[in-house]
Design a protein around this ligand. Structure first.
Ligand SMILES: *Cc1c(COP(=O)(O)O)cnc(C)c1O
Length: 478
């Protein structure tokens, strides 16, 4: 028998670091080792507990109710408010859409009015639940266009959506106007505060300008906020709050239509690990209101420093002035954004490329954590060196023949062999020697190719890519 922890450590060494404040997407680092220790212990203690049945595991019910209670304070929730702990932002959004749909059984073809800047989770919900997303182009500054959204509300509209802030641009939508328009038509309004919900209330307390977006805004009926983002909790929790219990009721599912236990769920999962719940509860207990105020101050100060280092580079510009802890930056013609991304990654700064979309140029996304503040001088140096290297390297060009080829293809007409060829040509799928995955290190060429592809072609190529990544590795147990 081999020591699994040894192999685990070797495997994990290939991943992005979750500590050190330099991974600016996917993970959120408080910079405090004690937060991690508390989270790890609580997750381990509850890894086998099952939140499926709150009467069997009442401690998990207690922790969930305390978490929702804490969030009520952050979100200006009225006494009537209720909430649910889910597995993540996408699940919170799925449930908000499903609940809105099922609150209107009279509507045969339900629709939701969604700004184009809203998170892809709303498209997933549309796909899962048969709710058509009516996409409304964003207005100036990448904020949702409240008037156009109001005009898009019809008799079939079951939900109106706003972001606080949007992921790609980091700006808060005009929630007051959007929620008022929804309320005037008797339609639910969900605020997606998955990424900003645990930061914006503290930003306001720190004296920064924050547009209204909470339950204090009339017409807001539900809010999602991800604890596994800026509550610095371990992965696997988000909260979905409703203004009152009747709004939540369609989200519940019960089934006595089989011979076993009567199934009773508030979320899409049934068996649910107690680990993430306990880990999140422990981190929130440990940090508390004062702890989060200090962490928000640090994260926002890090944003200020990063903004200054971007503004010091003539080749770079901010896509929007950050409303919270998200930064989107774009480049001028002298600096290829995908090469800049690779250069930053090679200097230990993981940043996330965003492909061009509609009228938006390709850009680079940064989710800035409290743990980043200690390293902002290093970031400024890495950014400066990366811009110089990207300018030196020149633009990544995609062969004109390849562009014409990709533009001519209809992804729905392609078979597996075609995708094998395309993936090999794009450099996405390399060899996989002895069961060890080989992923491309430099992504600029891949991103440049995806960038010229249509959205449906990007989706098809990446689905084909994932399909080839997810293949069984046999004969390695024990
Ligand atoms: C992260 C995020 C989501 C989705 O959350 P997951 O936890 O990744 O499922 C939804 N909306 C916004 C604004 C987000 O930032």
């Amino acid at each position: 028998m081999s020591d699994p922890m040894q192999r685990l450590a070797a495997l994990q060494a290939r991943d992005l670091p979750v500590h050190g404040g330099r991974t600016l997407a996917y993970v959120y680092d408080s910079g405090e080792p004690e937060v991690d220790r508390v989270a790890r212990q609580a997750v381990a203690a509850y890894a086998a507990s099952n939140a499926l049945d709150p009467t069997a595991f009442p401690s998990l019910l207690q922790m969930e109710n305390e978490l929702v209670g804490f969030a009520c304070g952050l979100l200006d929730a009225p006494e009537s408010a209720v909430g649910t702990v889910t597995s993540g932002g996408t699940e919170s959004i799925l449930l908000a859409v499903q609940g809105a749909r099922d609150s209107r059984p009279d509507v045969v073809r339900p629709r939701m009015v969604v700004p184009t800047t809203a998170h892809a989770a709303f498209h997933k919900a549309a796909h899962y639940f048969g709710v058509e997303a009516v996409l409304v182009p964003a207005g100036p500054g990448h904020r949702a266009d409240a008037r156009a959204m109001a005009e898009a509300i019809g008799d079939d509209t079951v939900l109106v959506v706003a972001s606080a802030p949007s992921y790609a641009h980091g700006v808060v939508d005009p929630v007051t106007e959007i929620a008022a328009a929804a309320a005037a038509r008797g339609v639910r309004c969900h605020v997606d505060a998955c990424i900003g919900g645990w930061v914006l209330p503290y930003a306001a307390r720190l004296g920064r300008a924050v547009a209204p977006w909470t339950f204090a805004v009339d017409g807001v009926t539900s809010i999602s906020v991800d604890t596994h983002k800026y509550a610095y909790a371990p992965k696997g929790t988000s909260l979905l709050l409703h203004r009152d219990a009747p709004l939540r009721r369609p989200q519940y599912f019960a089934s006595a239509a089989w011979p076993g236990y009567t199934m009773l769920n508030a979320t899409t999962q049934s068996t649910r690990s107690g680990g993430p719940v306990a880990g999140t509860w422990a981190v929130v207990q440990h940090l508390g209101d004062e702890g989060y105020l200090a962490l928000a101050d640090r994260a926002l100060s890090a944003v200020d420093a990063i903004v200054a280092s971007i503004e010091a580079q003539p080749a770079l510009r901010l896509v929007a002035d950050p409303d919270s802890t998200l930064v989107a930056l774009a480049t001028d013609d002298s600096c290829d954004p995908f090469t800049l991304t690779d250069e930053l990654v090679s200097r230990g700064w993981y940043v996330q490329p965003q492909l061009s979309h509609g009228d938006d140029d390709a850009s680079i996304h940064l989710s800035v954590s409290a743990g980043t503040l200690a390293h902002v001088a290093d970031f400024a140096g890495a950014l400066s060196a990366s811009v110089a290297a990207a300018r030196e390297a020149g633009p990544v060009t995609v062969d004109a023949g390849v562009v014409a080829f990709i533009e001519a293809l209809d992804p729905s007409s392609l078979g597996d062999d075609d995708f094998d060829g395309l993936l090999a040509a794009s450099g996405l799928v390399g060899g996989s020697a002895a069961g060890e995955l080989e992923l491309p290190v430099r992504m600029a060429e891949v991103n440049a190719m995806l960038d010229v592809a249509s959205p449906s072609m990007r989706e098809a190529l990446l689905v084909a890519f994932l399909d080839r990544l997810q293949r069984p590795v046999r004969g390695v147990g024990g």
